[in-house]
Ligand binder design. Sequence first.
Ligand SMILES: Cc1cc2nc3c(=O)[nH]c(=O)nc-3n(C[C@H](O)[C@H](O)[C@H](O)COP(=O)(O)O)c2cc1C
Length: 213
Amino acid sequence: MTDLIRDVRREYKYATLSSAEIAKDPLDQFKRWMGEAEKAEIQDVTAMALATSDAQGQPTVRIVLLKGFDEAGFSWFSDGGSEKGQALAANPRAELLFHWRELDRQIRIRGSVVALSAAEADAYFYSRPLASQLAAATSQQSQPVDSRDELEQRYKALAAQHTEQAPRPQAWGGFKLRPEAYEFWQGREGRLHDRLQFKRDVEQHWQMQRLQP
Ligand SMILES: Cc1cc2nc3c(=O)[nH]c(=O)nc-3n(C[C@H](O)[C@H](O)[C@H](O)COP(=O)(O)O)c2cc1C
């Protein structure tokens, strides 16, 4: 088994990323790559790893779904009482990571996270199917529960009470990461990959540099 894992290897030979072709603004580059990933019909194209670190400095990482992005940042929705919600309340620094294996691409986006407004949380929460609303209302994300059965009983009780829409739990809401750094990674043949990083300078303008692979 160990030998098998060690020998998993394939060549990355689909595309290149040069300073001449990359967009001047990293958000435009993100849009370009997201568009190409959508066109390639990659499944779960919006799935991104969200890395946080709590007050003790313990890092944790999990997948969440990107629900919007613009100049102000990249947003997702979750339970604010969850492990990641508590970590972000103590330390708003975080990093997002997209991996699109089919294109040999990775994007990392680093910055500080703020909570979206209650109105934004409502707008998204009530746009979801009733079953998703009920699941969110049933679950105190990341808290222990004695059994699956207990969860299902709670779900059923809520479903009987709320047949049109379920109330949004107060702690459930949106989060937005305001980018301070981006890195675009393109896998290349022979492991000499392309890595182009953007950081804001003191005047808040984006500066791009190539990193060694
Ligand atoms: C494909 C996929 C999409 C997910 N999307 C979300 C999401 O948008 N929001 C969310 O809170 N959890 C989402 N999850 C579940 C999280 O990965 C995680 O289990 C949960 O948020 C609890 O994380 P925490 O205990 O670190 O707070 C998703 C998981 C997967 C595999």
